[in-house]
Write a protein that binds this ligand. Structure first.
Ligand code: GLC
Ligand code: GLC
Length: 814
């Protein structure tokens, strides 16, 4: 069953009924101001940090779901009222549609002859969200229509806001400009803050409220505010309690009349010396100028055009035409779109991540960059340096850092031993994309300590050394607190209810538990490092990295191989994890994918055997399961993984992030049909037809789909902020379609399904546009290239002369 459809031409997903299984959201803004907006207008927004600069309150896990944040109400003279975005009133609308597009969402509806279309977006370069409300009277007679707006302010610190009521109920402060109706939210401005929020309305304002209980009335919800029911705001000015912004607008619309009302919800800062215009009176001059500049419909049309152009530029970097519409849709539009969201927010703010708990993940953000580098290399470069600055002098890294301060998060700390290696992969991806070797010389400190700066290249050296200095009894890397699988906690031994596995400190001797996954990752990273050295004037060091990689590969084959597949780990007592000797958790997906991607066992059949084990034990119609058999009970020596009920999350869920590793490995082995088949199983567009099972948005990946052991096999959770976005993009665009940047040029080496006759692609790479035409002449993957009409050797198109802006590539595969 579907709840909408793709409008591929418009790059929109069109939701056709409001009662989707979960709120289906979009992200607005991509510089400093971010908004989450659901298909019924819910969600919240913040400036840079969803915890420390949040404008709108949001109640996670509330019933009904997704009420709060922002709302609109329409009311006719006979007293009937509704929400043009369906929520919060939920009156059955005569027509409803929500179009989530690139950086904007438009919700349209009709009720009693009143049609409303609300377009929400964040203009480029601004710290505000715009709601353009277009109303039209389709009745044969004139109507008197009231429009009410509502935002519920969060008191900036989203954690405090949900917990510290003895303080909060007394600190709320607003100012209202009764002339223009602009509502300023200035809680804590009198003391340490120099920022405030404003909520402005372009139409003459007939009334306002800023005290929530006065607007709603006692014991009422947002679905039935007293002010809306009675058709009049009270003009309250909040002192403490729960400050809101609500406007009342009176409109008389003749038959066929249309009217636009614009609301602006923004974040503003004043310089400390210029905070006040009179004692305790907010200096609103700058905010008023911004507001005035945005109350102009044709001006806003241009702003929206800029936003469209911006997205067309980003998406234009790689466009494909293949026989598979699900591939086209995801590669051309939605997958890069999701990659931008993960780049911006890491794992911090979604409808599953509260914006309070988690900062930017070190490994997460590095992996997000693998796909983001092609979209905006300068932003990727800065992110690499920010990440490197949270590395520690010993080469390890803080697991997370806070977006506002860019400092490492002490609460979570360090010791996730895979973390630093991902930096090597991210830098390598950036170098291949941009050719910008200067980044290796750029200075970054350790732990942000002034004076500790070294070139980025040395950060990478220390990252690799970190692994080599921490080997366990079998010569494999020590796992530390955890590796990629945050929930495989081999040193933690937590037996107290309520202890967080993520922050619980490791007990006793932590040098014994080892990770085969990190071994694979190390081999991959060390080989990339060798390439980096070779191409950027440190050729003499390349040999050392190759040797280190080869040595680790040997150890992995000797001590990390279980006979048919790669082991997952050795626990603290030296027992195997992910072995046929285990009664549960016999086969894990991560080392199969990572070791094969690193090239371990490619020549001697081990990689083939490992992938066959994945197919046999882990493949389901809904994707590849993380491990099997699921843990049926809690194992003290394994930690959080065994705390999840079977089939969910790391305990045998389909943890989508790992699936593209297998797709890449299959592609490396030349198995195009298998790689594409796995790709399709978790492709959200291909799953659209079973939306009642999948339940999350059909246009973005979710972190997890419930596994075979779960009661709800096939049900997705935790959409949007997942490493699945970057990795799947890499798997499909670089390995299945086979167009991938290298240090010396653009490689074209597709491993596509045998039934595809070919495909076409355009790729902008280092300033030139490559037009690639792939033609299948036989069932294999052997590729011969013609570049601008001339045959070339190998599969890498050499970089053209700087003056050449177009390159034509014909790839014949047979
Ligand atoms: C989550 C985390 C990621 C981790 C994965 C597996 O997606 O963000 O860092 O690797 O879970 O535990
Ligand atoms: C939880 C999640 C896991 C995630 C971790 C991050 O344990 O289950 O997926 O990696 O939190 O802190």
């Amino acid at each position: 069953m579907r709840y909408g459809r793709f409008d591929d031409g418009a790059h929109e997903y069109v939701i056709e009924r409001p009662d989707t299984p979960l709120p289906w959201i979009n992200y607005l803004g991509q510089e400093e101001f971010f908004s989450l907006i659901s298909n019924t207008g819910g969600g919240y927004c913040f400036y840079r940090d969803a915890r420390l600069r949040r404008l709108l309150r949001y109640r996670y896990n509330s019933a009904p779901t997704d009420v709060g944040g922002r709302a609109l109400y329409l009311r006719l003279a006979d007293g009937e009222f509704w929400s043009p975005t369906w929520q919060p009133v939920r009156r059955a609308l005569q027509a409803y549609e929500c179009r989530h597009g690139m950086g904007y969402s438009r919700i349209s509806s009709t009720y009693r002859g009143v049609s409303a279309a609300v377009t929400y977006f964040v203009p480029l370069g601004q710290t505000l969200e715009v709601w353009r409300v277009k109303l039209a009277n389709r009745n044969a007679r004139p109507i008197d229509l009231q429009l009410f707006s509502l935002v519920e302010f969060c008191l900036w610190d989203a954690w405090d806001d949900q917990t510290n009521f003895q303080r909060n109920y007394s600190i709320g402060e607003v100012e209202v400009d009764s002339g223009t109706g602009v509502i300023y939210h200035k809680t804590e401005y009198r003391e340490r803050r120099n920022h405030f929020a404003y909520f402005a309305c372009s139409a003459p304002v007939a009334g306002f409220d800023t005290q929530r209980e006065a607007f709603l009335g006692a014991y009422r919800g947002l679905d039935r505010p007293m002010a809306v029911e009675e058709g009049r705001c009270r003009g309250t000015v909040a002192h403490g309690w729960a400050p809101i912004g609500a406007h009342q607008v009176e409109l008389t619309l003749g038959s066929g009349d249309e009217r636009e009302v614009i609301f602006l919800l923004g974040y503003a800062e004043n310089p400390p010396e210029d905070k006040f215009s009179a004692p305790n009176k907010l200096n609103t001059a700058r905010a008023r100028a911004t507001i005035a500049a945005h109350f102009d419909s044709s001006g806003l049309d241009a702003v929206l055009d800029d936003l469209h152009a911006h997205w067309e530029r980003l998406l234009g970097v790689y466009q494909v035409g293949t026989p598979d519409e699900h591939v086209n849709r995801m590669v051309n539009v939605w997958n890069p779109y999701q990659v931008v969201a993960t780049f911006n927010l890491s794992r911090s703010a979604s409808l599953f991540e509260s914006g309070i708990g988690r900062g930017m993940g070190f490994r997460d953000s590095n992996q997000d960059l693998l796909a983001f580098v092609q979209l905006a290399p300068p932003l990727a470069r800065q992110r690499l340096l920010d990440l490197a600055a949270t590395q520690l002098p010993n080469g390890g890294a803080y697991h997370q850092y806070q977006p506002l301060t860019k400092r490492g998060n002490d609460a979570v700390g360090s010791g996730f031993n895979d973390d630093p290696l991902w930096l090597v992969l991210a830098v390598s991806a950036y170098l291949k994309e941009s050719g910008d070797g200067s980044v290796l010389e750029a200075l970054a400190p350790y732990d942000n300590a002034p004076g500790s700066e070294t070139p980025l290249y040395e950060h990478l050296q220390r990252a690799l050394r970190y692994t080599l200095e921490r080997l366990g009894p079998h010569g494999l890397p020590q796992i530390g607190h955890a590796d990629w699988n945050d929930c495989l906690n081999l040193n933690c031994f937590s037996s107290e209810p309520g202890e967080s596995f993520q922050t619980h400190s490791d007990q006793g001797d932590t040098t014994k538990a080892e990770s085969v996954f990190i071994a694979g990752l190390f081999v991959l990273a060390a080989r990339e490092m060798a390439e980096i050295s070779r191409h950027f004037e440190r050729a003499e060091e390349a040999e050392g990295y190759i040797k280190a990689a080869d040595a680790m590969a040997q150890v992995t084959m000797q001590r990390g191989w279980d006979g048919e597949w790669f082991l997952r780990a050795y626990d603290r007592m030296g027992a195997k994890v992910g072995s046929r000797e285990c009664s549960e958790g016999r086969v894990f997906i991560e080392p199969q994918g990572m070791c094969a991607m690193a090239g371990i066992g490619l020549d001697d059949g081990r990689a083939q055997s490992a992938l066959a084990a994945v197919r046999q034990h882990l493949a389901t119609p809904h994707g590849l399961i993380l491990q099997q058999p699921a843990y049926s009970r809690y194992y003290l020596n394994l930690g959080e993984i065994s705390s999840y009920p079977p089939g969910y999350k790391e305990n045998a869920g389909i943890f989508c992030h790992t699936n593209p590793w297998i797709m890449i490995a299959e592609a490396m082995l030349g198995h195009g049909d298998q790689a594409h088949d796995y790709y399709t199983r978790i492709n959200p567009s291909a799953r659209e037809a079973i939306s009642e099972v999948h339940r999350c948005e059909p246009y973005v990946y979710a972190q997890m789909i419930a596994g075979r052991d779960a009661a709800t096999h096939g049900e997705a959770k935790n959409s949007w902020l997942t490493g699945t976005a970057a990795w799947n993009y890499v798997a499909v665009s670089q390995w299945i379609l086979g167009i991938r940047p290298t240090f010396t040029g653009l490689q074209v080496s597709p491993v596509i399904p045998t039934h595809w006759p070919g495909f076409s692609a355009t790729r902008i790479f280092r300033g030139a546009t490559y037009h690639v035409d792939v033609r299948r002449k036989g069932p294999g993957n052997a590729v011969s290239l013609e570049v601008d009409g001339q045959p070339i050797q190998g599969s890498i198109v050499p970089l053209p002369a700087a003056s050449q802006l177009e390159v034509r590539v014909v790839a014949t595969i047979c």
